[in-house]
Ligand binder design. Structure first.
Ligand SMILES: Cc1cc2nc3c(=O)[nH]c(=O)nc-3n(C[C@H](O)[C@H](O)[C@H](O)COP(=O)(O)OP(=O)(O)OC[C@H]3O[C@@H](n4cnc5c(N)ncnc54)[C@H](O)[C@@H]3O)c2cc1C
Length: 508
């Protein structure tokens, strides 16, 4: 039967609540889902990330069919697959002759631009509906940002608290404060019980995808063996249940901590599921709030967790759509150095980088502080080209979609947008890493040595970064004390730092 509407569902739209599905009728409309090589090759995507997306898509196809939808699904290895969205949508229009194409707004600029070409190219009406999984619509964010001098997340977050009523008593924040971050900076001890998020055993559908990815994307980064992510709603719910009961209570306390051999600590590892639609962000927050109300998790943990989702996650999406397409080329600090090879191999003597990159290649996961204060901090201090840094983060993490990864990388981590997203660069010397982790105790370099053979390179790099960027960030009020410390140092000490950093950078 010729469908009335052909609904195109992308790989990060795996929810029955997608606006296009909700507005449609399975008796008259038809779904199209396609696996395309062009998307898998945009950057060097980790093998487990490719498995995650393709396996979750195939399971969602089955869920749709079980719910009565007709689904045309094109696998990557189908001989007729053209390898691009445009090609596959054109073939489907030819095959099915629908009256109209219907989309839920794509999450990424590149895909939205592609959708914008279809009406003319295929001579068919195209309708695009807003993605209602986000709390703050794109226009709503633009209206919030309009005329503001600074776009600070904290103020946006308060609006989202009011809008959702999460942790609110009428118009007052629960506990009398909006933000409990000051209580969330404890370093973890090795004696703590560490929860481990459930690893899900692959079923036959996932096993087939693992084989396909192993054969087709052999040269891509990361380990394929040991894939254990949830790829269905039911399994993602199990991961959420586990997090709420086992990790959430200490999420706040140890949010910034890092420990050797503990890749997750008390983090939720829910970002991949939220980002592709297996979990709804607001539901996740309501579950956390419920744990607080029942006395099963403290306020500092629950507020901190909810802030990440209705605050940071929504805010970075707003920034992405406000600033694209130019944002991707931002390079305020004019950083030009190529990404060192050890970002792919983890072959470095620096224990913190080895740990963060090693687990990234093993699991396609690192938690926020590892991303920001280890790999991100190093790239910032060493002056690595932010576009190369962006492409690395976009490739290696299972949760990486450009709309969320790009503002985090370019804005928060690399200060490439000149302070639009963060009020100062997240730059730190070995002291911070030593305080928040146990990496330094097993490292060949010493955190307390400033220069010399065994001094941690983060120390000299930190001062080199500040010195060489003084024209660009020297007037930042939040760096005034740091620059005064630098200026008060003996000239020989400063020269030693700069020379040590130069030697290290030349060796990269
Ligand atoms: C350089 C860099 C790159 C990043 N790239 C990505 C990315 O590609 N995809 C991605 O989802 N997150 C990204 N983040 C944000 C954050 O690091 C991850 O969301 C988080 O580590 C995911 O692990 P988790 O689910 O255990 O998070 P938790 O620590 O348990 O946090 C709970 C949830 O809050 C949300 N969240 C937390 N921090 C952020 C943030 N800064 N921005 C947006 N959402 C946030 C996520 O949905 C996460 O699942 C990046 C951060 C940095 C510094």
């Amino acid at each position: 039967m010729k469908p009335r509407n052909l609904l195109v569902i992308f790989g990060d739209q795996l929810s029955m609540d997608m606006a296009s599905l909700k507005a449609a009728d399975p008796a008259q409309d038809h779904v199209l889902m396609v696996e395309v090589a062009a998307e898998a090759e945009t950057v060097n995507h980790h093998k487990q990330k490719l498995v995650f997306f393709f396996a979750a898509m195939r399971h969602f196809r089955d869920e749709l069919r079980a719910a009565g939808w007709s689904v045309d699904y094109v696998t990557l290895d189908a001989p007729e697959n053209t390898g691009t969205f445009e090609g596959e949508i054109a073939r489907a229009v030819e095959r099915l002759s629908p009256d109209r194409l219907v989309f839920t707004a794509p999450s990424e600029w590149r895909v939205e631009r592609m959708v914008g070409t279809l009406e003319n190219a295929l001579d068919i009406p195209v309708k695009t509906l807003e993605d209602t999984r986000f709390l703050c619509g794109r226009n709503e964010f633009a209206a919030w940002a309009e005329g503001r001098r600074g776009l600070r997340m904290e103020y946006f977050y308060r609006e989202m608290r009011r809008k959702t009523g999460l942790l609110m008593n009428d118009d007052k924040p629960e506990g009398g404060r909006w933000n409990f971050d000051a209580e969330n900076r404890k370093p973890a001890g090795t004696d703590l019980f560490m929860p481990r998020p459930p690893r899900i055993k692959p079923d036959q559908t996932t096993a087939d995808v693992i084989t396909m990815v192993g054969e087709t994307f052999d040269t891509h980064c990361g380990k394929l063996k040991g894939f254990g992510y949830a790829v269905t709603r039911a399994d993602a719910e199990k991961c959420l249940d586990y997090f709420i009961s086992h990790a959430l209570p200490l999420f706040g306390d140890y949010q910034d901590a890092m420990l050797t051999g503990e890749p997750y600590l008390y983090h939720s590892v829910l970002s991949p599921y939220i980002n592709v639609g297996l979990l709804d962000p607001l539901d996740v927050c309501r579950r956390a709030e419920e744990a607080y109300k029942k006395g099963r998790a403290p306020l500092n943990a629950v507020e901190g967790f909810i802030r990440q989702i209705i605050g940071w996650r929504e805010y970075v999406r707003g920034i992405y759509w406000l600033k694209m397409p130019d944002y991707v080329d931002a390079n305020h600090l004019e950083a030009k150095r190529p990404l060192p090879d050890f970002y792919w191999t983890a072959e470095t003597e620096m224990a913190c980088l080895k740990a963060a990159i090693g687990q990234t290649m093993e699991l396609a996961y690192a938690h926020h502080i590892q991303r920001l204060m280890i790999t991100g901090n190093f790239a910032l201090l060493a002056g690595i080209n932010p576009k190369e840094v962006h492409e690395w983060y976009l490739g290696v993490y299972v949760d990486a979609l450009e709309w969320v990864e790009l503002p985090n990388t370019l804005g928060m981590s690399q200060f490439a947008d000149g302070g639009l997203l963060g009020s100062k660069p997240y730059a730190a010397s070995a002291n911070y890493i030593n305080k928040m982790s146990d990496y330094c105790s097993g490292c060949r370099f010493r955190a307390d040595r400033k220069v010399g053979e065994d001094a941690c390179p983060f120390n000299a790099l930190y001062w080199h970064f500040l010195d060489r960027n003084r024209d660009r960030i020297g007037s930042n009020a939040r760096l005034r004390n740091t620059y005064s410390t630098w200026d008060r140092m003996h000239a020989d000490t400063r020269a030693d730092y700069l020379a040590a950093a130069e030697r290290f950078l030349a060796s990269l």
